[in-house]
Design a protein around this ligand. Structure first.
Ligand code: CAA
Length: 392
């Protein structure tokens, strides 16, 4: 077992940290306040190869491994979780499934533009009546000559207002209302109308409700098999959840950094508050939990890049890291006291941003379902190798 990063992984981590500190962190509070989607940042990240970190070089990416990509997400999220989720959804939820499930023609057509950051990607699964029960979605594709006409609405679509390529899940078999009748399609931004956008935090990211009305798509837009789209969605989320775990680690780390620095400076009762055991214990718990969350996240990333089953490990990482982020951003506010509750310090933003990591890409309750099904061997097809790392 080797816990050290390779020279290449360290180099990419340093690059991401540098760009995050120089071009993202100084603006994060203003983007949050003004609800600004910093489009130019994604062009810059694209120039540096960070919009396609783990995309093969022949498809226009940086050709690095999945763990390098996870390190990038952690660094970006530490500066601004909105930027982190934009890159996470763009990469693991939109670009990687095209590589994994697409034809060669689809890869060549869509991936280079995504990997360069010229086009932003989105993943459209959720609907008003279909959230955790993703297989019950109702948007539909109806046969029309050689192709389909797609109609429906999707809700809370990250990158929805800015994406040029949408991976959309719709029902192609209306004789079933479960996961089996779902197919995945690649739609252009011009096929999609944005109808609404608002939320608690992550204000530098786009979260849109969208609608498509009779958009025509040919067979070349079908990703993977007809009625085989639910597998695309689930396999995509297996990797995506590792990205959200990394985002949560980044947010928690940012909150810890501020709390630690504040505790070393703030004086009350004649001492630095870091000298009080109440504060020391908070910082000790933060450091320990963030470390544990990071290790779970890196292990899941490693399993994925080795081509090993990672459904269980990814769900565990997301479940744990998101709860650490939610809890420890709250503790960071507590360390800062009244200042923590104001906009003078960024911890209130971290607190608002952290909460959603327990919700999107599968709520914590869904992660527990995924974990339970794996450890109780209710999914024979995914059981043997996933068990390799689990408790006996
Ligand atoms: N990999 C591959 N295939 C999988 C799979 C996986 N991890 N998990 C399930 N499948 C397959 C099953 O094998 C099954 O296939 P067959 O019909 O051929 O046997 C099919 O998918 C249906 O599986 P289930 O019976 O397990 O389906 P279910 O209805 O019980 O749902 C669920 C399972 C885990 C609850 C799923 O609905 C789920 O993950 N829900 C949460 C949805 C979610 O995470 N949404 C996130 C939205 S995207 C987002 O948030 C992005 C963002 O903005 C940040």
């Amino acid at each position: 077992m080797d816990f050290s990063l390779t020279p290449e992984q360290r180099e990419i981590q340093a690059l991401a940290r540098e760009v995050a500190e120089a071009e993202i962190a100084p603006h994060a509070a203003a983007w949050d306040r003004d609800h600004t989607f910093p489009r130019q940042v994604f062009s810059k990240l694209g120039e540096l190869g960070l919009m396609g970190v783990c995309v093969p070089e022949e498809l226009g990416g940086a050709g690095a491994d999945f763990l390098s990509y996870i390190l990038v997400l952690e660094e970006l999220s530490r500066a601004d979780a909105g930027v982190g989720v934009t890159v996470a959804v763009h990469t693991s939820a939109a670009t990687l499934p095209i590589i994994a499930f697409g034809t060669e023609e689809q890869r060549q057509r869509f991936v280079p533009a995504l990997a360069s950051g010229g086009v932003i990607g989105a993943f459209a699964l959720t609907e008003a009546e279909s959230g955790s029960d993703a297989g019950s979605l109702r948007s539909a594709a109806v046969r029309d000559g050689d192709g389909w006409r797609i109609s429906g609405t999707k809700q809370w679509i990250t990158n929805g207002s800015h994406a040029g390529t949408f991976l959309v899940f719709v029902r192609t078999d209306t004789s079933t209302d479960g996961p089996r009748g779902v197919s995945a399609f690649l739609l252009d931004g011009s096929d999609v109308e944005v109808t609404r956008e608002e939320k608690l935090g992550l204000h530098s990211s786009s979260t849109a409700d969208i609608r498509f009305e009779g958009a025509f798509v040919g067979r070349e837009r079908l990703l993977h098999d007809e009625n085989g789209g639910f597998t695309v969605a689930m396999a995509t989320l297996d990797g995506g959840r590792i990205g959200i775990a990394a985002q949560a680690v980044g947010i928690a780390q940012a909150a810890y950094d501020v709390a630690r620095a504040y505790a070393l400076e703030r004086r009350q009762f004649g001492s630095r508050i870091a000298d009080f055991q109440a504060i020391q214990f908070k910082l000790a718990d933060m450091a320990t939990e963030i470390d544990a969350a990071r290790l779970l996240t890196y292990r899941a990333a490693w399993l994925k890049q080795e081509g090993l089953p990672h459904t269980l490990a990814g769900a565990e990482a997301k479940l744990f890291a998101s709860s650490v982020a939610r809890r420890q951003t709250g503790e960071a506010i507590q360390v800062l006291g009244g200042y923590g509750y104001t906009k003078e310090f960024p911890v209130e933003r971290y607190y608002r941003d952290a909460k959603v990591t327990e919700i999107y890409e599968g709520t914590s309750e869904i992660q527990r379902i995924v974990i339970a099904r794996n450890i109780l061997a209710q999914h024979e097809n995914r059981r043997p190798a996933d068990e390799a790392h689990g408790p006996g």
